[in-house]
Design a protein around this ligand. Structure first.
Ligand SMILES: [Zn+2]
Length: 467
């Protein structure tokens, strides 16, 4: 099967070029200057020719932070691996890295096997796993080594959610030491959960039960304090560190300071922190629950700092933390008690578009868009070369993107299995037109042509910034 994508502007993180792309079966095999004799010779014996005149041709998006069908607070995230990965494809994302969870009292192996079973033959696009370590002990530390060998090369720890996913500083230090030895990357949910739980209980005692108090008690200082502490622990352990879903500018200052010292400290933010704020959390009635996630949304003035961080590379990845809960039967579990609102937002379908809007609005360049959404997440999590770049030898995960198309984001038209959109009514310039995953057409002509099970599990190398 030979496919040629012609006349488009190929955008990689490294450069932009007017080139045709030749795909054989599941791989990109060559790029050639559009209109050249070589490129013209390809179309003659191609099985399929896609005209990308006026369009961008991008490597498929890599979303390094999703939670499909994740159990949380007595309910389960609304997107399954089937619906969530299909929605991702609609939005131009062709690889996700989801989080397998170790339950307290059981092994990493049991957790990872459970997530493999959930995802197996369900996914529309390729997928990989990080491992959430919620019970650091002698056995789970040994298992970390095994998992690195199996392509699960990153481990998430929580300074939040005491009694559930929380690890104390000693456990964090031990896991970091292990990662320092086995090449794993420690990912940190950096919020001081012990202090947050005290403030939350005090708020409830005062009768402050509305969704907005979720943001009030999860203080910015408790994010920056935890970020600082995580960085110091990583220095002591001699391990690299990746801060997930950074939202407070004070936490960004901690990351920037560490990076200025030359430390292997990295951070991601998410579209919701770039576009939404505490004003959304404070919407009347129970509407604010739609915006409850952790770390929480911050006041509007943080957004400019986060965009700046994306330009300076103190923030190097944008992931979604996609973890949707329906408003009508899940978010309502927290009526009368904000601490019972399931934490998480839908977003896997909107990331590429919202970041392209950042290009349109002048926050970042086109190449930086591809870098933070495709190339860097691939490199950070050991997928680069296969994913995150359009080059000979790469998987033929390709997005043809119309930079001029207009669309309005809405729950009416999105493909995520959730009954609301955080961006209802928002106008966006730019839209995914065609999506290929390993050479197969998933999206074309505003229709879905894939099947569940098209997506394969992808074992990962270790972080490619450290080798
Ligand atoms: Zn998450």
């Amino acid at each position: 099967m030979r496919t040629v994508i012609q006349n488009g502007l190929v955008i990689n993180s490294s450069d932009e070029l007017r080139a045709d792309v030749l795909i054989e079966d599941d791989k990109v095999v060559a790029l050639a200057v559009t209109g050249s004799e070589l490129a013209s010779s390809w179309t003659a014996n191609a099985d399929k020719v896609i005209d990308a005149t006026g369009k961008y041709v991008l490597p498929g998006g890599v979303d390094a932070h999703t939670h499909m069908e994740m159990p949380f607070g007595g309910t389960v995230a609304a997107d399954t691996f089937e619906t969530g990965t299909r929605a991702a494809a609609w939005g131009g994302t062709t690889t996700i890295v989801d989080f397998a969870i170790q339950q307290k009292g059981s092994s990493l192996r049991e957790g990872l096997d459970a997530w493999h079973a959930k995802a197996e033959s369900q996914c529309a696009i390729d997928y990989a796993f990080h491992m959430i370590v919620s019970d650091v002990n002698d056995q789970s530390l040994k298992e970390m080594d095994t998992l690195v060998g199996e392509g699960v090369t990153s481990f998430k720890l929580f300074m939040a959610y005491p009694g559930v996913l929380y690890s104390d500083d000693g456990q964090i230090l031990r896991a970091m030491q292990r990662a320092g030895d086995n090449g794993g990357l420690i990912m940190m949910h950096a919020e001081n959960g012990i202090a947050i739980d005290v403030l939350a209980a005090q708020a409830l005692e005062r009768g402050q039960t509305d969704p907005k108090y979720h943001g009030v008690v999860r203080r910015e200082l408790l994010e920056s304090e935890a970020t600082h502490r995580a960085i110091q622990l990583a220095r002591v352990a001699g391990s690299p560190l990746y801060i997930v879903h950074l939202s407070a500018s004070q936490a960004l200052d901690e990351v920037a300071g560490a990076r200025n010292m030359g430390l292997n400290v990295f951070a991601e933010t998410c579209p919701q922190y770039l576009y939404l704020s505490t004003e959304d959390l404070a919407k009347p009635g129970f509407e604010g629950s739609k915006y409850v996630c952790s770390t929480p949304l911050r006041p509007m003035e943080h957004q400019a700092q986060l965009w700046k961080g994306l330009r300076t590379n103190d923030l190097s990845v944008v992931s979604t933390d996609h973890c949707p809960f329906c408003f009508n039967d899940q978010k309502v579990l927290g009526i009368g008690d904000f601490t019972k609102i399931p934490n998480g937002l839908p977003g896997v379908e909107n990331r590429m578009d919202l970041l392209h809007q950042g290009v349109v609005d002048g926050h970042i360049s086109r190449r930086r868009w591809v870098e933070i959404a495709c190339a860097t997440p691939a490199r950070m999590f050991g997928l680069y070369g296969r994913k995150g770049v359009l080059a000979p030898g790469a998987d033929a995960d390709v997005v043809i993107y119309d930079p001029k198309a207009e669309q309005v984001l809405s729950a009416e038209t999105h493909h995520m299995a959730v009954d609301y959109s955080c961006y209802e009514g928002k106008r966006i310039t730019g839209k995914v037109e065609t999506v290929l995953s390993r050479g197969r057409v998933l999206i074309e002509g505003n229709a879905y042509h894939g099947r569940k099970g098209d997506g394969a599990y992808v074992p990962r190398e270790t972080c490619q910034y450290l080798t």
